[in-house]
Design a protein around this ligand. Structure first.
Ligand SMILES: [Zn+2]
Length: 416
């Protein structure tokens, strides 16, 4: 209740003014850090970014002093599942089998609010995981102003090869709801892509590899011609395809087929990452997901030695950095708590990426990869999605844990 009241007060206090002047300690504009810069917001748009001396302040300008803080573009999460909650609360199978899409939608409204207040002003949601098109409806209710949440790009149900996805463990006579829509054969995959786009998916997510049996290693799923057909169908419709893939062959097929991003990419070889760079395919490494899952399995980080999965992931992320492939910030949040998206930022740094590059990835980088022309930078004419943290996150990435100030589309939602 307190939050709602607080939000109302902020919204009211800003809406009475024509312009809002934000005066922080420094500004990260999505590319670089600048000292002594200010940002002016008019309506839902950024009208000025730069040094204060060059600016003639319009009358009725409201000033918000953000002393000691770094102002930056709202973060763009690259891989979320707002319809999932952490697997140590309820495992994935039970969420898909036992929680109705209605329950999951109600939970998702809370996840969406928590994400936004943690500085995620845009999220690319990578599949409803058995909740059909609930992501499309969540996006609609956020856009209608019914619930608070980030701007959303949604995948809808996502697409798997027949037989290749869970929940598994039932005999063949039992029909269970699946975590994605199964399809096979060129004609059928084309239909499935068209249906999903027609039902509101912004883009198509496919699983280019997956484990065929419980506990087995991942194997490729779709044939090359099926992937090619799905990409051609999506691009014809002005959309695009992204692929879950962790095996070199699954990744290779998806890259050759023309997907725009590879999700996870755990088993990527240097050769495969170089092929991605060459073809302009970006990698969303989802470091925080594997880290969380190993924790749920009993791994005590910092005390126990790294499990095999973590050792391999660190090595493959190093290969990815070495190859020069574009890195997308995206943690697979939903596997862990919504609003703790900073975990991925911290892990990207810990696994070897420069902090400034991590912050670029989470803002201007993801905006470019996701075709968001007026987001991801503090720049004149861009939408006013702006956040602030204390201190300088380039020097200490853990500052991203506490987002103090959140503005989305020019509306102030948090200032503490
Ligand atoms: Zn995911």
């Amino acid at each position: 209740m307190k939050t709602i009241v607080t939000i109302l007060i902020f919204v009211l206090s800003v809406s009475g003014y024509g312009q809002t002047l934000l005066t922080p300690e420094c500004v990260f504009d999505g590319r670089k850090i600048h000292d002594n810069w200010i940002v002016l917001v008019e309506g839902n748009t950024i009208s000025y970014v730069g040094v204060k001396t060059e600016l003639k302040l319009p009358k009725n300008t409201k000033e918000i002093n953000l002393k000691g803080m770094t102002l930056m573009p709202g973060l763009i999460e690259g891989h979320s599942h707002l319809l999932l909650h952490p697997y140590n609360e309820t495992d994935w199978n039970d969420q898909v089998l036992k929680e109705s899409p209605t329950e999951r939608a109600i939970r998702a409204t809370v996840h969406a609010k928590n994400s936004l207040l943690a500085g995620i002003t845009t999220t690319r949601d990578l599949g409803s995981e058995g909740a059909g098109y609930t992501d499309v409806y969540l996006k609609k209710t956020i856009e209608d102003g019914i619930v608070l949440g980030p701007r959303m790009l949604v995948a809808g149900p996502a697409i798997v090869a027949t037989g290749a996805y869970g929940p598994k463990g039932f005999h063949d006579g039992v029909t269970v709801p699946l975590g994605a829509e199964p399809t096979s054969g060129v004609d059928e995959v084309i239909k499935t892509v068209r249906r999903q786009l027609g039902n509101g998916a912004d883009f198509i997510k496919i699983y280019a590899d997956y484990r065929w049996k419980k506990g087995a290693p991942s194997q490729p799923t779709f044939l090359q011609e099926e992937i090619n057909a799905m990409v051609a169908t999506a691009t014809t419709a002005g959309s695009y395809v992204v692929a879950h893939a962790s095996t070199p062959e699954g990744m290779r097929r998806a890259i050759i087929g023309g997907v725009e991003t590879i999700e996870h990419g755990d088993g990527g070889t240097l050769e495969v990452f170089k092929l991605m760079k060459e073809k302009g395919v970006a990698l969303c490494p989802t470091l925080a997901a594997g880290d969380a899952i190993e924790g749920y399995r009993g791994w005590k980080k910092g005390i126990d030695p790294d499990p095999d999965r973590i050792t391999k992931k660190k090595a493959s992320f190093k290969r990815a950095l070495q190859s020069g492939v574009t890195i997308v910030f995206g943690g697979d949040v939903g596997v862990f708590t919504h609003g703790e998206n900073y975990r991925e930022l911290e892990m990207m740094v810990r696994y070897g990426m420069q902090p400034i590059r991590v912050l670029q990835s989470a803002t201007s980088g993801n905006a470019t990869v996701f075709h968001l022309d007026n987001l991801g930078e503090l720049k004149k004419g861009f939408l006013a999605d702006i956040i602030a943290v204390e201190g300088n996150p380039v020097k200490d990435i853990s500052k991203m844990r506490k987002v103090r100030f959140v503005m989305k589309n020019g509306t102030l939602l948090k200032n503490e």
